[in-house]
Design a protein around this ligand. Structure first.
Ligand SMILES: *Cc1c(COP(=O)(O)O)cnc(C)c1O
Length: 368
């Protein structure tokens, strides 16, 4: 049985006619940068996601950088983020001139709000929780602490399209929510793409201007900015896919529920815990086991592809070696890097494919 880690090919096959037509139209109209397709995706995303302002950008990393720059983050500031994420979250803090400060993760693999206040100093300007794997961070507690200390909150939603916390979608609680449409994300373009969302018209305008060389109107550069534009072909592809996002998310939740049922009896595995009152969008289905590396290699031999998200928690990366982090400082992030294994999950995944993955996992532990 062929089991891909994620199946972008069958997704394309299902939408081929519409996607090909949308791309062809962009080429025929030579609307490569800006123009109708980008404006259309912006409006489509605002409507589908239920947000006042979407600012399309070149990628999800820029969405973090642009947000922080427009909140005035710079040299001498500190921004707190989670120890377990993709490096975009912390490298963009450094890009602004500020210093990233890491906080360990909780049992849901997101920023541990109970350890947050200890990390706050007079230099702290804001907090960037990451809804890692599609699981919402502890937003109520994070927002409460942010309010108390007058700090901004940017939600990194790169893995959390359509996730919900107490009925509110990811990205609608912080001053901005930042999204990636990297091809493998839950809503993926055919190249790099991203956006930020906000309820603040002022913030949307500032971010839009900064991302477009500091100009809202051509040749009127109010400030210096950067070049971070969503291109027309990516916008057109995203507009074709967007109407399916809700259904794809439900399919991921169903696939996750199959895994949870079928693996419940395997005592050597820790299944992902679901934070109460949230909707997990399962960008990643992350299990933990002491035999992670052996299991990964066994499954690989049986044509079951798996990944590790991520082999190095951020404080333990070479890039941050100067911080001198120890395992005792980040025990949960360290445990995750040592024991996490990501199983195949994608909306088109069948129950037979899930059975095959689970049966191979059971075969591995039976032979141990
Ligand atoms: C993918 C990702 C990003 C960056 O998105 P790009 O579009 O690749 O720049 C940021 N944060 C997290 C948590 C991500 O997973």
């Amino acid at each position: 049985m062929n089991i891909p880690f994620l199946d972008l090919k069958s997704q394309y096959k299902n939408l081929k006619e519409d996607i090909d037509k949308a791309i062809q139209e962009v080429i025929e109209n030579t609307a490569f940068i800006g123009g109708k397709p980008v404006q259309k995706f912006k409006e489509d995303f605002e409507e589908v996601y239920g947000v006042s302002h979407c600012v399309p950008l070149a990628n999800g990393t820029d969405a973090l950088y642009v947000s922080m720059m427009m909140l005035g983050v710079g040299a001498g500031d500190e921004v707190i983020t989670t120890a377990s994420s993709w490096i975009s979250t912390s490298e963009t803090i450094s890009q602004t001139g500020a210093t990233p400060v890491f906080v360990d993760v909780d049992e849901y693999y997101t920023l541990d709000a109970s350890k947050l206040e200890a990390a706050i100093t007079p230099k702290t300007k804001g907090i960037i929780p990451v809804h890692l794997y599609g699981q919402m961070a502890d937003l109520d507690h994070i927002m409460e602490i942010a309010k108390k200390h007058d700090l901004f909150v940017i939600e990194d939603c790169a893995q959390a399209h359509m996730s919900e916390y107490k009925g509110v979608r990811a990205g609608l609680t912080g001053i901005t929510g930042t999204f990636s449409f990297y091809p493998g994300k839950n809503l993926g373009a055919y190249g790099d793409a991203g956006c930020l969302i906000t309820e603040s018209e002022e913030m949307a305008t500032h971010c839009k201007r900064f991302a477009n060389h500091g100009a809202l109107v051509k040749h009127q550069h109010d400030i210096e900015g950067i070049n971070s534009r969503l291109d027309g072909i990516q916008a057109a592809v995203l507009s074709v896919k967007l109407p399916y996002l809700e259904e794809w998310t439900q399919r991921r939740v169903e696939v996750a529920s199959w895994y949870n049922q079928k693996l419940a009896e395997v005592s050597e595995i820790e299944l992902p815990k679901l934070r109460p009152e949230t909707v997990h969008s399962y960008h990643v289905f992350a299990i933990k086991t002491d035999k992670r590396d052996e299991l990964k290699s066994f499954l690989g031999d049986k044509n079951v592809p798996t990944q590790i998200h991520y082999p190095h928690a951020m404080p333990f990366m070479k890039a941050y070696a100067h911080m001198g982090a120890t395992v005792e400082d980040f025990p949960n992030a360290y445990d995750l890097q040592e024991r996490e294994l990501s199983l195949p999950i994608f909306p088109e995944m069948t129950e037979e494919q899930v059975d095959e993955v689970c049966n191979q996992i059971k075969a591995f532990f039976a032979a141990e």
